[in-house]
Design a protein around this ligand. Structure first.
Ligand code: FAD
Ligand code: 2HG
Ligand code: ZN
Length: 478
């Protein structure tokens, strides 16, 4: 049976694109190296028709499929399980731009298009594609859509879902749904597009998408501010909304310890207001990175930014600040922010919580949850940072200094997760703001979503994928 399936797959995509031997770790191992599965084969189709044929062949053989884009997901959703019975379907060869419609402000691309390529193609035509995240050099638009990725410009442009107008999808039965309409208005029944966005490959395979473009702002300025407390960071956010209006396109918060890890592991980077030791009480507990996009001129943008920071100093919610003088400085500041995840990798295994809470309640959440954790596991180190403008914190827990991180995770991961997620629930938050559920959190979901929500989700899965071919064990239990 397996040999017959492999023969069919080779006939569909060509021998060279069905990988079964050699080092398959790039497809079998997740980005954080938390999970190493084993694939029956890695299949690399080049067209929607090939994807449909692969799905039909796998479904007929009773073999499940794990769709994979850039494999940068952080919740173990894009790698196979250990059974050796799953096919990884990589979309990487499907990366063409199908169309740009400048009047409609849309671009239609295939699912395997790398996010950074999409940004660059849009920019060449004078447009902005505003999705932006640390993994943009390797993640794909299909993966972004399937996780409904967030990133650093959500405060102005929304998540990937808000940027998507249409999809082409291969269903779990191997049929092609062509929904690449590019329409901004279409009230003709259930929104199929929105079912597939954020489904993490459990309902079908996204093969192409029509995405929104925006006019490129005349100028983008970046500022970095030291703030005395999380309360002050929230106050600064309110001021920024009022002063910059729609010009506020980024508002990131970073804790002192998170930044100290960047200073420690990447000493060539200059981290404003924080040192690698991060021990001095003189060092700011939090920093904020702000981005101001302006359609008039640099002068206009700068004067609005200065006005905002002046008000913030007067109100006591900023203790120090710098505005980047040029693009190189702005990029260096963003690079520090985007390096926190990598600095955490250097520091050792950690427990990630990608949570959202109403912005107004974040300071209290951090205070209460920090205290609960410190009481339960003395010495744990909090790596807090994230998209404060969206109420999204990466509330990550690093093992106590000098300890064995692997042993720490084995002993404490489940209790730390339960403590943090219970606290999130008590603040009316979500246990996954932007990374998704994958296989890492699927067992937690029924505890934090209502029974009715879980029943509806299972009904949708059952209706669209009755054979459970698509990414089983992700989002919902297998
Ligand atoms: P993959 O990892 O390959 O897959 C992710 C999920 O989507 C899997 O469940 C997979 O089965 C499914 N999938 C992939 N392609 C398809 C398809 N064509 N059809 C159906 N299902 C599919 N995420 C954020 O939201 N915001 C951030 O700021 C952010 N920053 C990051 C920074 C770093 C350094 C890293 C490593 C990750 C970051 N991420 C962030 C997480 C990750 O980059 C995103 O989840 C991204 O959207 C995943 O895209 P991908 O192509 O790598 O998808
Ligand atoms: C980010 O915002 C990403 O940089 C990754 O979502 C978060 O590493 C993390 O926990
Ligand atoms: Zn994030």
């Amino acid at each position: 049976m397996t040999a017959a399936l492999l023969d069919s797959l080779r006939a569909i995509v060509g021998d060279a694109h069905v990988l079964t031997d050699g080092d398959l770790s790039a497809w079998e191992q997740d980005w954080r190296k938390r999970d190493r599965g084993r694939a029956l084969a890695v299949v690399r189709p080049a067209s929607t028709e090939q994807v449909a044929a692969v799905v039909k062949a796998c479904a007929a053989a009773g073999v499940s499929i794990v769709p994979q884009g850039g494999n940068t997901g952080l919740v173990c959703g894009s790698t196979p399980d250990a059974s050796g019975r799953q096919v990884v379907l990589s979309t990487k060869r499907m990366n063409a731009v199908r169309a740009i419609d400048p009047a409609n402000l849309t671009i239609t691309v295939e699912a395997g298009c790398i996010l950074q390529s999409l940004q660059e193609i849009a920019e060449k035509d004078g447009f902005l594609f505003p999705l932006s995240l640390g993994a943009e050099g390797s993640c794909t638009i299909g993966g972004n859509l399937s996780t409904n990725a967030g990133g650093t410009q959500v405060v102005r442009y929304g998540n990937t879902r808000e940027l998507c107008l249409g999809l082409e999808v291969v269903t779990a039965e191997g049929e092609v749904w062509s929904g690449l309409t590019g329409l901004r208005k279409d009230n003709t029944g259930y929104d199929l597009r929105d079912l597939f966005v954020g489904a993490e490959g459990t309902l079908g395979i996204i093969t192409a998408a029509t995405m929104k473009l925006y006019p490129m702002p005349a100028v983008q300025l970046t500022a970095w501010a030291a703030v005395p407390s999380m309360e002050h960071a929230v106050e600064l956010l309110g001021l920024a909304h009022r002063t910059l209006g729609a010009g506020l396109t980024g508002f990131e918060v970073m804790g002192r310890f998170a930044l100290s890890l960047v200073a420690k592991h990447f000493p060539q980077q200059r981290v404003p207001f924080v040192t690698a030791a991060a021990e001095s009480a003189d060092e700011t507990p939090w920093c904020v990175l702000l981005e101001n996009s302006d359609d008039e001129s640099e002068e206009h943008a700068r004067s609005r930014f200065e006005k905002l920071l002046e008000h913030a100093f007067e109100a006591g919610c900023v203790s120090d600040a710098v505005i980047a003088e040029n693009l190189t400085q702005a990029r260096a500041l963003w690079h520090v922010r985007e390096s926190i995840t990598l600095a955490q990798v250097e520091e050792g295994l950690n427990i990630k919580h990608d949570i959202s809470i109403p912005v107004s309640r974040i300071p209290e959440f951090v205070r209460v949850t920090d205290a609960l954790l410190a009481e339960k596991i003395p010495g744990v180190r909090m790596v807090d940072f994230g998209h404060l403008g969206d109420g999204n914190l990466h509330y990550n827990v690093q093992a106590p200094a000098g300890g064995d991180a692997k042993a720490f995770l084995a002993a404490h991961e489940e209790e730390v997760n339960t403590l943090v997620f219970d606290s999130v629930k008590s603040f009316d938050g979500s246990i996954s703001a932007e990374h998704g559920v994958g296989s890492l959190k699927q067992h937690k979901l029924p505890h934090y979503k209502s029974p009715v929500a879980m029943k509806l989700m299972r009904s949708i899965k059952g209706a669209l994928d009755p054979q459970n071919v698509m990414n089983p064990g992700r989002v919902l239990e297998a």
